[in-house]
Design a protein around this ligand. Sequence first.
Ligand code: ATP
Ligand code: MG
Length: 428
Amino acid sequence: MSQPDIQLIRGFKDILPGETELWQLIERTAIGLFEDFGYREIRIPIMEKTELFARSIGEDTDIVEKEMYTFADRKGDQLTLRPEATASICRSYIQHKMYAQDPVRKFYTIGPMFRRERPQKGRYRQFYQIDAEIFGVAAPYADVELILLLRTLFERLNVTDTTAHVNSLGCPACRPRFKQALSALLAEAASALCSDCLRRKDRNPLRVMDCKVPGCREAMKGAPAIIDYLCDACSSHFSTVTDMLTRLGVPYHVDKQLVRGLDYYTRTAFEIQTGALGAQSAVAGGGRYDGLVGSLGGPEVPAIGFAIGFDRLAEIVALNTPAGVRPPDLYIAALGEPARKLAFEWSTALGLNGIGTAMDYGDKSLKAQMKQANRAGVGRVLIVGESELESGTVVLRNMAAKTQRDIPIAAVVDTLIETFTKKEHSIG
Ligand code: ATP
Ligand code: MG
């Protein structure tokens, strides 16, 4: 096979027809669900000032330390292709003073994110996320709603092999005690840690818990769990979350080891995991980030959100849902230029009325055109050639029933619109 001179960037990919149908189905399902629950779409830029991500995601995270696509533009401004959506949504919420009238806002956004990771199945450098965020609700009901939405979306997409892992990461009030206990363990385990974690252990010990290096994972097996150090307020928040999940029939698993890769999380953190994708088991992740809006210069507004890995979800959905390509309703086989002109006119008129047609714009034999019609999987073929033009009637053939009927040329468009939209079952 020949290859183009210039190929895709490593870790990037094309999503081709045949796959896009499934992506659209997922998008429609997600949007329908979000809208039912009062979420509104927000569209944020692909690029932001580097500082926004450095400050919100955190200097000691994998994303900021090694994964961002950052460059200086021609004037020397440091810009970054967004690695996630939350920071930008917070920036936008603050910048447009969306908190002024009513701080409670629910958003969703769908689009590409960029992280320079090692590409592998389920891990790309441009990947897509479906993201939802609730601003202005401190109560645990927001947490429960988001986890319920994830569960529901996956169910509607026939993805049932998922588990919601939930944990609480506490708040600034309960973290110091936990950090002390963790630091004690890290001091003992120092010789087993990777070089990144050796640096992190003093600056940001929580990060070590999220390190993917096997040696660090092993060393962290005996680590204390934040959930055992929660203050009363965090503890009661978390029990309301788990109680309500139970009450709504949403299965969950309390995962004491779950920490999330970003610095800004407080209290509830969750991840949807699946066995369907091998090593990349997280198909969605999220959590509460009550301090973030304030730390980015906005008012103290609590918030919580999640991001679904769209690529991973699409890979799972593809395992059990066929892509559902819509074949054209009708193939118009034309013989000779005058017939082709007429056929093209009909084809556009029908298309404008929502009836999908296919035809060949060249000079193919009837046999070749019938072959094309079969390959496209169309149910009906309209045949127009010189003799039809002379007689003033064309032939509509039902491919499955192997029947046919004549239609007067002057009435083709009207007849077909009527038959395809209303009398689908009564035509020959
Ligand atoms: P992971 O642990 O797999 O690296 P993460 O914690 O870095 O995930 P988040 O920042 O929580 O990921 O993003 C939410 C979701 O986005 C993940 O659960 C995953 O499904 C998806 N995701 C993250 N990074 C990638 C990537 N490089 N390629 C494809 N999907 C990704
Ligand atoms: Mg990651």
